[in-house]
Design a protein around this ligand. Structure first.
Ligand SMILES: Nc1ncnc2c1ncn2[C@@H]1O[C@H](COP(=O)(O)OP(=O)(O)OP(=O)(O)O)[C@@H](O)[C@H]1O
Length: 246
């Protein structure tokens, strides 16, 4: 049975007068692939950093798994690896930092890099670099994996591959939490969608349930209607459109 492994309780955080979380509470369970969506500037990356422990809440609490070893793996939007090393060497290096035995080749095969183990990391494409980031996230078998926009800038096939890999990491029992603007892929792969706007999780449910509840056709439509209804203040689209057409 699924259990909460990551939780915000009455969580608040702001950058000066920019509110990211305003007394927000949410509990995320293991074995679930959760997509955190929201408009640009709504605070997705910051929320991930708060979940992962890279930042601290102003008030409220965040609860993470009470396990020994690596508890939360965090993959930033643009992962960087030290040039000059091969893919296998990078995984072996990170593997040497955890207590459990790490089979670098097995992890690399798992994410689809089995054919690239001897490639130098500075010679990888953007997509392969993301896959290496996913491999790094699996090292030490953390119960929570947090991914920040893992498919931005990638072709649809690699993006699908990354979503599939993330969904299968969740199916193995982990909580996988990702941000994404790709609502079509989110609809297909995520078990649960959280929409953050104005410091709150304004939508929370499975993609199918959210679409059905709204009487909409696609998650994209639910997103637009909810963001418009929440008084979008992060990016002024109308102003941008006027400027573009001038
Ligand atoms: N280090 C920082 N100092 C001050 N303000 C910040 C900092 N980092 C982010 N912000 C502000 O916090 C808000 C949320 O930023 P964040 O990057 O979390 O949003 P996001 O939802 O991930 O955006 P995007 O979808 O564009 O990646 C934005 O208004 C941003 O300008």
């Amino acid at each position: 049975m699924s259990e909460p492994v990551l939780e915000f309780a009455d969580a608040s955080f702001a950058f000066g007068d920019v509110t990211i979380l305003d007394d927000a509470s949410v509990a995320l369970e293991d074995g679930t692939f959760v997509a955190l969506v929201g408009p640009n500037g709504s605070g997705k990356t910051t929320a991930l950093e708060l979940f992962a422990g890279l930042r601290s809440l102003d008030t409220g609490t965040v609860t993470r798994p009470a396990t020994t070893g690596r508890t939360v793996a965090y993959l930033p939007q643009s992962p960087r690896f030290r040039p000059g090393f091969t893919v296998r060497e990078v995984v072996a290096f990170y593997g040497s930092l955890v207590e459990t035995e790490v089979d670098a080749d097995a992890i690399l095969s798992r994410v689809g890099l089995g054919g690239a183990t001897d490639r130098r990391v500075d010679e990888l494409s953007g997509g392969m670099t993301r896959l290496l980031g996913l491999a790094q996230a699996l090292i030490g078998d953390p119960p929570v994996v947090v991914l920040d926009e893992p498919t931005s800038g990638l072709d649809p096939d690699i993006a699908d591959h990354i979503f599939e890999a993330a969904a299968s990491m969740a199916a193995d029992g982990r909580l996988v939490l990702t941000t994404s603007h790709d609502l079509e892929a989110v609809s297909r792969y995520a078990d649960r969608v959280l929409l953050i706007a104005n410091g709150e999780f304004v939508l929370d449910g499975s993609p199918a349930a959210l679409v059905e509840q709204a009487g909409a056709e696609r998650l994209r439509d639910v997103f637009s209607a909810t963001v418009a209804g929440s008084g979008r203040d992060a990016v002024d689209i109308d102003a941008r459109t006027e400027g573009d057409s001038a």
